[in-house]
Write a protein that binds this ligand. Structure first.
Ligand SMILES: O=C(O)c1ccccc1N[C@@H]1O[C@H](COP(=O)(O)O)[C@@H](O)[C@H]1O
Length: 214
């Protein structure tokens, strides 16, 4: 069985990046969204990326970002992929991929089976779909809230692109999530924190151990 890829997201210190790499993460994520407690500025992103070994992918998380912001982030050279976590259309996602020359992930906000079906519209436009829980109207953030959705909605589906699972994962529930969905990539942020935006080395280690034992 192939190894399950792990993305540890919302990293904002070199210590947290180092812990994710040591624990076996295949991807690290940096958030560029000022409302998030995990927001990092482009210079900080560049410095964090400098301590990531070449075999680990560096994903920049943005929410309905305009071209000016994307140009600033990609110019840092810090990123190997962009994760679109807002309401970007398939056309906008494809345009971002063309213009900035990086693989694009699209977060799909899920509550019902119809939300998963809607992801088909992104076939060919993005490089990975990331199924995350839909946050309530008026929520402070569109992700990173520790919310999960009904994982059985993904069971046995043929999906139109490489994909991953996120939303409300932790060391305690990730085994069940993988058993139900057979996800090839697992993404986590708040479930490896001691407080919003503060990563816990112990939780990162425990999470990666739980995934690798699946
Ligand atoms: O983490 C954030 O602050 C964030 C802000 C804006 C958009 C997405 C964000 N995080 C992403 O949310 C999911 C799930 O996070 P969690 O594990 O439930 O806390 C994950 O993909 C993060 O990349």
């Amino acid at each position: 069985m192939p190894r399950i890829a792990i993305k540890i997201c919302g990293l904002s210190t070199p210590d947290a990046v180092g812990a994710a790499v040591r624990a076996g993460a295949s991807h690290v994520g940096f958030v560029s969204f000022p409302k998030s407690p995990r927001h990092v500025e482009p210079d900080q992103m560049r410095a964090l990326a400098a301590v990531v070994p070449a075999h680990v992918e560096r994903v920049g998380v943005v929410v309905d970002a305009d071209d000016e912001l994307l140009a600033g982030l990609t110019a840092t050279g810090a990123l190997t992929a962009l994760q679109l976590h807002g309401k970007e259309s398939p056309q906008r996602a494809a345009a971002i991929r063309d213009r900035f020359g990086l693989p694009v992930w699209k977060a799909i906000a899920v509550k019902t089976r119809a939300d998963i079906d809607a992801a088909n519209a992104y076939a060919g436009a993005v490089d990975r779909l990331l199924f995350d829980a839909k946050t309530p109207d008026g929520a402070a953030l569109p992700g990173g809230m520790g919310l999960r959705f009904d994982w059985t909605l993904l069971r046995g589906l043929a999906l139109p692109a490489p994909w991953g699972l996120s939303g409300g994962l932790s060391a305690d529930n990730v085994g069940e999530a993988i058993r139900i969905t057979d996800a090839p990539l697992i993404d986590i942020s708040s479930g490896v924190e001691s407080a919003p935006g503060i990563k816990s080395v112990d939780k990162i280690m425990a999470f990666c151990k739980a995934v690798s034992s699946c």
